[in-house]
Write a protein that binds this ligand. Structure first.
Ligand code: AMP
Ligand code: ZN
Length: 482
């Protein structure tokens, strides 16, 4: 009798799970639409100034999320807005419009600075290898959509008028503030803040009137009077236009939880009855000296500042990959140095495998890697798997293919990277040519002496059939863990 066939248990990688802040749970991710399309909305920059490296920590987390969705076979429709109007200096609808203030600071028009900082933002995204959104949309290009949205909110009974604008009546929504678990009643009872004509401290502006007798640079006619939209309405309006009434994932930084995203949800619920997105994910802050890094504080680090100090922008990307997105990260120069060294080692390690023949990635490692990234984007642990692959004893071709596949998530450009060859000083070329002549004359003692002299000058000579190549010594480090 034949032995019973073994039922081999095929181990499948873990399915994707994401931490949803709306339900405060880790939930298995499944797209709302059959067919593999995923709608993703991420709040973009307010373009009254450059973005600081803290902002980019959030954009990098969102980029990794998008890559992880793609890794799992989904097609991501990614919409990002550009806030170029309506964001007041206080998130509570008071103070000046950040754009008009930025215009005064720089002596340019609000329109000019919007363009200037949008261009700078897009250039930074490229430097950080952040994939372009499918749609990048400006608030000022969608004023009509915002007005229509507010008109519906008003029609549905969720808006009221004050002397300075049209406000959202948060008391009309029993579940207002659920995302942030806001204690609305507690705020009501406290009422220590001057709320002007607002009925409740949590009410927020949908449309602000231009101050009487004052000409704003950015203002439009509306059914309620000349003015400009509040900050939150742009995201509700553009998300609905490009992704529909209810889509898969909405992201931003953790500061968006209590005000901006809470109010986006309130508006969309008032118009179409949904909470906008099925999953709400937030990137935690980059701190500097253990305090929030903020543009409004006037002092902040830009990507260009890192580049001016000789860092590769991707060293900052690597640094962000070393921390889980749901924990704050304190920026230090030492941490950036360590990230730069680790990135250099990984690049050199992969470059050293460039001549290995074509091969397929190692399935077991890919599965382990997938387990980590699918566990709510655990990229730090996925990086550890990559180091293990680089240090391990897989055949070179398999090793290379595996690491390049991992790089679809890391986005470190490992496939394209080549060491920068430094300009060779003339004296070094003379030594190298003398050594080549000695070798050709089979004068091995002289060839060795010249090699030692080259080493002393900090250079390495690699012999080739048709001559030699010169490399700076110590440029290629072994692929060990940082
Ligand atoms: P803003 O230009 O102020 O609208 O911010 C752009 C994005 O950066 C938003 O998603 C913010 O939540 C996020 N953000 C702001 N400050 C930080 C920080 N220090 N660390 C991480 N993300 C931040
Ligand atoms: Zn937004």
């Amino acid at each position: 009798m034949k032995p019973a066939a073994f039922l081999s248990v095929v181990r499948m990688p873990k399915p994707l799970q994401l931490y949803d802040n709306f339900t405060r749970t880790l939930r298995p991710f499944a797209p709302l639409q059959p067919g593999g399309d995923v709608g993703l909305y991420t709040c973009g920059p307010t373009v009254y100034d450059y973005q600081h490296i803290g902002n980019y920590r959030t954009f990098l987390f969102e980029d990794v999320l998008k890559r992880v969705l793609e890794w799992n076979g989904y097609r991501v429709r990614h919409v990002m807005n550009i806030t170029d109007v309506g964001h007041l200096t206080s998130d509570a609808d008071t103070g000046e419009d950040k754009m008009e203030k930025g215009a005064r600071r720089t002596g340019k028009t609000a329109w000019e600075i919007a363009q200037l900082y949008t261009d700078a933002f897009v250039a930074d995204l490229k430097q950080l290898n952040i994939e372009d959104p499918t749609v990048l949309c400006r608030a000022t290009d969608h004023i009509r959509e915002q007005i229509e949205f507010i008109a519906d909110i008003e029609k549905n009974g969720f808006a009221y008028r004050t002397a300075d604008g049209i406000y959202f009546d948060t008391a009309k929504q029993p579940d207002y503030g659920h995302l942030a678990r806001l204690d609305v009643k507690g705020q009501e009872a406290g009422k220590r803040v001057d709320i002007g004509e607002k009925r409740s401290p949590t009410d927020f502006a949908l449309w602000k009137f231009s101050p009487p007798g004052e000409m704003r640079q950015m203002e439009w006619d509306s059914p309620w009077g000349r003015g400009f939209p509040g900050w939150h309405i742009e995201c509700s309006a553009m998300a609905q236009k490009y992704l529909g009434d209810y889509f898969d994932i909405h992201c931003g930084g953790e500061d968006h939880i209590p005000v901006h995203h809470t109010n986006e949800i309130a508006q969309t619920e008032a118009r179409v009855g949904t909470r906008l997105a099925n999953f709400w994910l937030h990137g935690y802050f980059l701190l500097s000296n253990d305090a929030k890094m903020a543009k409004s504080a006037g002092e902040f680090l830009r990507i260009q500042f890192l580049v001016d100090r000789g860092y590769d922008p991707l060293a900052y990307r690597y640094l962000c990959l070393t921390a889980h997105y749901r924990g704050q990260l304190n920026f230090t120069w030492d941490a950036l140095d360590s990230a730069a060294i680790a990135l250099d080692r990984m690049r050199n390690g992969v470059h050293a495998l460039r001549d290995a023949g074509a091969a397929s990635p190692d399935t077991a490692l890919i599965d382990r890697f997938t387990d980590e990234i699918n566990d709510d984007l655990n990229v730090p642990r996925a990086l550890a798997v990559a180091w293990e692959a680089l240090r391990g004893d897989l055949p070179p071709g398999v090793k290379r293919a595996t690491l390049l596949k991992f790089d679809r998530i890391f986005g470190l450009g490992l496939a394209e990277w080549v060491p920068k060859l430094e300009a060779v000083p003339d004296a070094v070329t003379v030594l190298a040519e003398a050594r080549l002549a000695a070798r050709r004359a089979k004068d091995w003692a002289e060839a060795d002496r010249l090699r030692t002299e080259l080493h002393g000058a900090g250079w390495e000579m690699e012999d080739r059939p048709d001559g030699f190549v010169l490399k700076k010594r110590g440029q290629v480090r072994p692929p060990t863990e940082p």
